[in-house]
Design a protein around this ligand. Structure first.
Ligand code: NAD
Ligand code: IPM
Ligand code: MN
Length: 361
């Protein structure tokens, strides 16, 4: 089979980690007799520098022409001074919206060898395997009105609006139930229904949907409690479904349960199964260009790409097994190394995963 993959390296550590993703895909092609044609696009700060906009039309056209997209990360201090519509992050939000990528799957899985790398006690995280499903194209990220305006007294006011339609809630709710059905049959819907009307509607819709999924055990939790429960007893969760901003925050929190934000992959899917795949972390300007970034979140995102958009389950398993194998061999980047362990560069970790893939059964 032949597939077209769009690579969007982005900014900061983006190019370093996407290079490892491309290298891994080349090895996957060889091992599983697949063919990948790569195209490359600009998104974020690099796109602003080259074209004056964070999401050039050409990038969107390339994405629409591809079978799947692999993204690094966008953003950096250099572009934080510009007007809101000219920020790298707007490019990322724009491509998610334009492609209708409303379902963001963020699995937090602890590889057993990394129990000691987490800041939580090993017994709290051992065996952790949860999925956070984040609504990605609605809520306060996109609601109107938004902006900074001037009040009659001359002082300024900033404004964002949280909006959710019933249809938007229902489609992400169904994603939650469907995924819970394929896993442990437990779905926790996280909201702030004690305060927000959007959340009251959210909860109402989830309860209504629940009657269609009697085999799934639906529970509800307020987001502040959910943040606390995630660090108190994370294994109580199976699948969590939540709105855009809550999901952003809770998934970074869940990342640390797995040892590092450098371990968390994600898939952003539309109704047809088309997807963009990216690590949950950002462009990490503090370590960019130094070959210190952990590429595993990106390589695990490649596995999700193979599984969800291309239907290449054997290749996806191969990649995940290869990542597990390098961790079993004791290979670590700085973020997941415990005191005294030798530390690999980004490229060396990528090479190790490729070698493990080739050696795997
Ligand atoms: P960040 O995730 O980039 O970094 C937070 C911390 O985690 C930093 O100390 C960083 O070095 C570390 N880290 C992140 N990824 C790592 C990896 N793969 N290996 C090792 N360490 C890693 O978050 P931030 O510092 O809040 O944001 C930096 C920039 O990234 C901002 O411009 C922000 O808007 C952007 N951002 C982009 C995305 C995205 O493109 N999807 C996501 C989050 C943040
Ligand atoms: C993420 C990031 C983005 C978000 C930013 C960079 C727009 O934090 O992908 O988690 O908030 O969605
Ligand atoms: Mn985030």
């Amino acid at each position: 089979m032949s597939y077209r993959i769009l690579l969007l390296p982005g900014d900061g550590i983006g190019p370093e980690i996407v290079a490892e993703g491309e290298k891994l895909l080349a090895a996957v092609a060889e091992k599983y007799a697949l063919e990948f044609t790569f195209s490359r696009g600009l998104l974020g700060g690099c796109a602003i520098d080259a074209t004056g906009t964070p999401l050039p039309d050409e990038t969107l056209a390339l994405a629409r022409d591809a079978d799947a997209v692999l993204l690094g990360a966008v953003g950096g201090a250099k572009w934080d001074v510009g007007p809101a519509h000219l920020r790298p992050e707007r490019g990322l939000l724009g491509i998610r919206k334009a492609l209708g990528l409303y379902a963001n799957l963020r699995p937090a899985l602890l590889f057993p060898e990394l129990a000691g790398a987490s800041t939580l006690k090993p017994e709290v995280v051992a065996g952790l395997d949860i999925v956070i499903i984040r609504e990605l194209t609605g809520g306060i990220y996109f609601g109107e009105p938004r902006g900074v305006g001037t009040l009659p007294d001359g002082s300024r006011e900033g404004r964002n609006t949280m909006v959710y339609s019933e249809a938007e809630i229902e489609r992400i709710g169904r994603t939650g139930f469907d995924i819970a059905r394929r896993r442990g049959h437990r779905l926790c819907s996280v909201d702030k229904a004690n305060v927000l009307e959007t959340s009251q509607l959210w909860r109402e819709v989830m309860i209504r949907l629940g009657s269609e999924y009697p085999d799934v055990d639906l529970s509800h939790m307020y987001v502040d409690n959910a943040a606390m429960q995630l660090v108190r007893a994370p294994k109580q969760f199976d699948v969590v479904v939540t709105e855009n901003l809550f999901g952003d925050i809770l998934s970074d929190c869940a990342a640390m349960l797995t040892g590092s934000i450098g371990m968390l992959p994600s898939a952003s899917l539309n109704q047809t199964g088309f997807g963009m795949y990216e690590p949950v972390h950002g462009s990490a300007p503090d370590i960019a260009g130094q070959q210190k970034a952990n590429p595993l979140a990106t390589l695990l995102s490649v596995a999700m790409l193979l599984r969800y958009s291309l239907g290449e389950a054997a290749a996806a398993d191969g990649v995940e097994n290869a990542v597990a194998a390098v961790l079993r061999q004791g290979l670590r980047t700085a973020d997941i190394a415990v005191a005294g362990e030798p530390v690999l560069s980004t490229v060396a970790m990528g090479d190790a995963v490729v070698a493990a893939l080739r050696a795997g059964g």
